[in-house]
Write a protein that binds this ligand. Sequence first.
Ligand code: HEC
Ligand code: HEC
Length: 480
Amino acid sequence: MQRSCCYLAVGLTVLVAGCGKGPQAEFSLREETTDLIPEAQKVVKTTLKEKFGSPHELIAWQRFPVNYGGVKGSVTEVAAEGKSVVVEWDGDATQVAKDAPLIWVSGARTGEKTSVGSVATYDAAKKELTWTGGSDPAPVAGDKLVIGFGKSLQTGRAVYMKNCMHCHGVSGDGNGPTAQYLNPLPRDYRSGVFKFTSTLGPEKPTRDDLNRVIKYGIPGTYMPSFLWLGDKETESVIEYIRWLAIRGEFESRVDNDLAGDFSQKTIEAAAAKAKANYDAAKGKEKPEKPQSAAAAKSAAKDKFAEYLKSDVPELIDGSAKFIAEAWAHSEEAESLIVPSVARVTDDAASRERGRRLYLSDKGKCYTCHGIQGRGDGAATEDFWKKPGSEEYYTKRGLHDTWGKPLQPRNLTLGQYRGGRRPVDIFRRIYAGIKGTPMPGFGRTALKDEEIWDVVNFVMSLQYESTPTKAKAAEHVVHSK
Ligand code: HEC
Ligand code: HEC
């Protein structure tokens, strides 16, 4: 699949023209950002605004693998003393017309002042183009340009605001006006975690994965099917949600780094603890009087002034690089889960092997999905600890990454959220379901042939007659 990041200049940000009327919605900030000391908060806010803009003035930061749209071209001839060029277009050139925005993405004209302009005249028959925005330095053959850059992002935004925003929120935080009534909640794209992917463990979804979810929806949830959207609209909204996810992940990575030293809550908690220790030591030998929260914040402010010069540029660059690579990598062939063997014939013997694996300690499927596959395993009765904490959830049963209660699927209903082809179920078992406690079994607990046996068993559950289900129960009782 084509990736725009390799082609476009790195680091350049381009304003995608304002997006018209409508309520002046804003991107909201993460709680972690608003908890930073004001000086650090300001840097995060300004950087987000500079690099991503607002819902009404989108900015396309070109270092990310997002197809922002527009037609790319390569200069083949230069005429009129560098004031006119002949261009070979890579794709549909109908949008090359007077006043269309133009940017130079390679060659001497990519400098900050010269790179952006618009089409002055275009002769479609001769593919001859002149532009506004100066003629110095002159382009040379081989220079690359894009006309109508950001057009997809703009279309994507319009599709999103109309069809997705009321559930997924303006910022893609999964917190739109309708969201509070739904379970599971609409996806919060900002964590960059997507459930139903065809990719390996930590990988992002591919464009095809997002396309499937948008086209067919997620059965059994409120995520509707958008089969009726045109191809162009679907493609653009895919880019827009990738962009929203990237924006959210960027904010989150920067926050995580800054939170160590510059979180107000942490500073206050540390000061309170120090004071409590000091008070507890009353009467005994007094240690040095601890710093007040106000003094600690003031010290953090001084420290941040240093950090701003020495580390923040690297933090911004490093975060963008990491995220760009992760999204680009998910489109590489090596990220896709491809079964190493063809589907094992779906016969009684394979289903029986699958059933045994399902009930075995290798698979442990029954602990969550229940012995009969009804989604009522013992794990749904237990109290679980919050990840990375000693605290327990107040509700029994499993929870997702976003902290919401989550039921293992009732497999006897034959309703699959991530696609119902056997290979979809294979991938679900192989890599697990990201953002949920369902682990991956591929390359570790189960061999590919074994996963196919489990797929055959799981997919047969919706047709199983009661006696066979009773048999499943019996097996576990005997094996105890
Ligand atoms: C009525 C509410 C609603 C609307 C409208 C809606 N979604 Fe969703 N969407 C959801 C819910 C709920 C989920 C989470 C389902 C789950 O976790 O299984 C979701 C999940 C998703 C996911 C995550 C898939 C994954 O693998 O993790 C994507 C992507 C997505 N929606 C895109 C869109 C797009 C694009 C639109 C608009 C064209 C849209 N949604 C409109 C409710 C909605
Ligand atoms: C720790 C608990 C846990 C274990 C162990 C577990 N699962 Fe799951 N599984 C879940 C949860 C939770 C979901 C629902 C995730 C969601 O849709 O948000 C799920 C969903 C599924 C789905 C539905 C996929 C879809 O597209 O809708 C299948 C199929 C599945 N699991 C099969 C298995 C099999 C087979 C095993 C054993 C090899 C297994 N699971 C082990 C928790 C678990």
